[in-house]
Write a protein that binds this ligand. Structure first.
Ligand code: HEM
Length: 535
């Protein structure tokens, strides 16, 4: 634009210089007027050009103060964008295809889209992620904001959704100590037992058939992750209550991205009913424990260190009440919402991650063989039946990198939403108070300027990983809201991987890669069926 203006100005200048000529006074007078007018015109044009250029320069300099790009305006655009998002969600491409298409259209690092009446910004730069996650940590500028359906289904006291910084800090302080070393070791042993049991069943099925069996990984992973997490939280639930709880947890998860319609027959309504039933079961359990004076919630040797999470929370809340300390007490409602939150935050995420990991390795047969020989060397076949310890898991370097790479590629939590509490700038763009800024982790995990050949499954990319840019690997978030269960999740993935690779060879039994509709986390519609052959 600036170039065109300069050319126009030069053309005007040459035309406005009159050729030398002998002329009458009248003509001189007329010429003078014309020349004066031409000069004036020239000056005006110059002034116009210079101010346009100035404006353009300013525009260039303060491009940073503009809102992020987003095509369109008005109610029509808002309606169409929301419909497109819903359509992507209800398709086999998954909801991320909506975000991906706009990233391509607008380029890095961010774009803006109106969704369900709010302005959403999706930002995919490590520097912006750092400033947002650090801001949330220092309690300024941003706060967490989940969509209304998620917040309502998990409950107003849920740690995952808590928007108020002080309330979040108090909840996290109450829940975090439960993830101590002893609880982690107990959890690992229990998950290992469940995994060995399921793999024994698979081996028996293979032996009973033609030497191979087909299993659906997602179903199996949902089953064992639920059982392990449920035992860690509420160890003593009767079998029938546990079975119903598992169904209801799935019902709540399915409703999380539904339209918030409370009409009977809708998914959201069914999710709310499932939540009510879960609360009822847990309330009954709390009442039983109070009647029983706590012995119900103790496992193993029955010592205090071996309590399940529910029992620990009840006991600590009671102690605080008795000591009348200033520390905030966790009410029963807070405990209930957070038991449900921990099941939901932990079960479906981890089961989905395990499923993707199994698929990536099925698609990379050579890598599968390499990993198998490394893992068999670490734990020879004759020791297959002895439980894995945390020390064993710590020695599994290649398997650990496989878990990390699977988590990067799967990017289970694709983005983390934060709400702007005031007008501010993110990545140099103007953000208005009330806008939702989503840190788009998936986009960073697939950014070729951060990860070479990002679509290729390559665990060795984590050799010497310290060189990676900070805030470019965000599978568990970062800052004050980092995933509380990340070690448990990694442990579950490692155990499952080790047991599977040292017991079976596997390949995909169905190559369909379409995604499940309406799923909160991207996952295969077919649940990842695999052919297993015992080794
Ligand atoms: C592969 C499995 C998992 C993935 C990918 C995952 C991912 C995440 C991410 C990205 C966040 C942060 C979200 C944000 O900043 O907005 C988060 C938070 C959280 N996760 Fe996980 N998670 C997994 C497993 C678990 C497990 C096993 C548990 C517990 C049993 C758990 C409990 C939580 C909790 C309580 C929070 C909220 C922390 C807070 O706000 O202070 N997660 N998770």
């Amino acid at each position: 634009m600036e170039d065109i203006h300069e050319l126009q100005a030069a053309a005007c200048q040459s035309q406005s210089v009159p050729p030398p000529a002998r002329a009458s006074p009248c003509f001189v007078g007329f010429s003078f007027v014309v020349a004066a007018a031409a000069c004036l015109l020239l000056k005006l044009l110059k002034w116009r050009n210079s101010t346009t250029k100035e404006k353009n320069d300013q525009h260039h300099d303060s491009r940073n103060a503009h809102p992020p790009p987003g095509r369109g305006s008005g109610w029509w655009w808002r309606a169409m964008e929301t419909l497109s998002f819903v359509a992507a969600n209800g398709s086999g491409r998954g909801f991320y295809s909506f975000v991906d298409a706009r990233h391509r259209r607008h380029g890095p690092p961010c774009f803006r889209a109106p969704l369900f009446g709010a302005t959403h910004v999706f930002v995919s730069s490590p520097a912006a992620a750092r400033s947002l996650l650090a801001a949330a940590e220092h309690h300024s500028g941003f706060s967490k904001r989940y969509v209304r359906t998620v917040a309502e289904l998990l409950g107003e006291h849920s740690l995952l959704c808590a928007a108020d910084h002080a309330a979040h800090r108090a909840l996290r302080r109450a829940v975090a100590p439960l993830f101590n070393a002893r609880a982690t070791a107990t959890f690992a042993a229990a998950f290992d037992g469940l995994t060995r049991r399921i793999m024994r069943d698979w081996a028996a099925a293979a032996a009973g058939g033609s030497g191979a069996a087909v299993v659906v990984v997602l179903d199996a992973a949902l089953g064992i992750t639920f059982e392990a997490i449920c035992d860690m939280l509420v160890a003593t639930l009767p079998r029938e209550d546990k079975r119903r709880l598992q169904e209801d947890v799935l019902g709540v998860t399915r409703a999380m991205l539904a339209f918030p319609l409370r009409l009977p027959g809708t998914r959201f309504h069914a999710g709310l009913r499932a939540r009510e039933r879960i609360m009822e079961v847990l309330r009954r359990e709390i009442a039983a424990r109070r009647r029983d004076d706590g012995s119900l919630g103790r496992r193993g040797d029955g010592g205090d260190g071996d309590m399940d999470f529910l029992q620990s929370l009840l006991l600590r809340s009671q102690q605080q009440q008795q000591s009348e300390s200033d520390h905030p007490l966790l009410s029963d409602e807070q405990i209930l919402d957070n038991i449900l939150t921990l099941i939901i935050a932990g079960q479906v995420t981890t089961a989905t991650a395990i499923t993707w990991m199994v698929k990536y390795i099925a698609d990379n047969r050579e890598f599968q063989e390499t990993l198998r020989s490394v893992q068999l060397e670490l734990a020879p076949k004759q020791h297959q039946d002895s439980p894995l310890t945390l020390q064993d898991l710590n020695s599994m370097d290649l398997a650990y990198k496989t878990v990390k790479e699977s988590l990067r590629m799967a990017s289970i939590v694709s983005w983390f939403p934060r709400v702007a509490l005031e007008d501010c700038q993110v990545a140099g763009f103007q953000i208005s108070k009330g806008w939702i800024v989503n840190i788009d982790a998936r986009s960073m995990h697939y950014d070729p300027t951060i990860y070479d050949n990002p679509t290729v499954f390559d665990p060795s990319r984590f050799n010497g990983e310290d060189a990676k840019q900070p805030y470019s690997y965000l599978v568990f978030g970062a800052g004050g809201r980092t995933c509380l269960g990340m070690n448990l999740a990694k442990i579950m993935m490692l155990i499952f991987l080790h047991r599977l690779v040292t017991t079976f060879r596997w390949e995909m039994a169905d190559e369909d890669t379409s995604l499940e509709k309406w799923a909160m986390f991207p996952r295969l519609k077919n649940g990842c069926p695999i052919h297993l052959t015992p080794i």
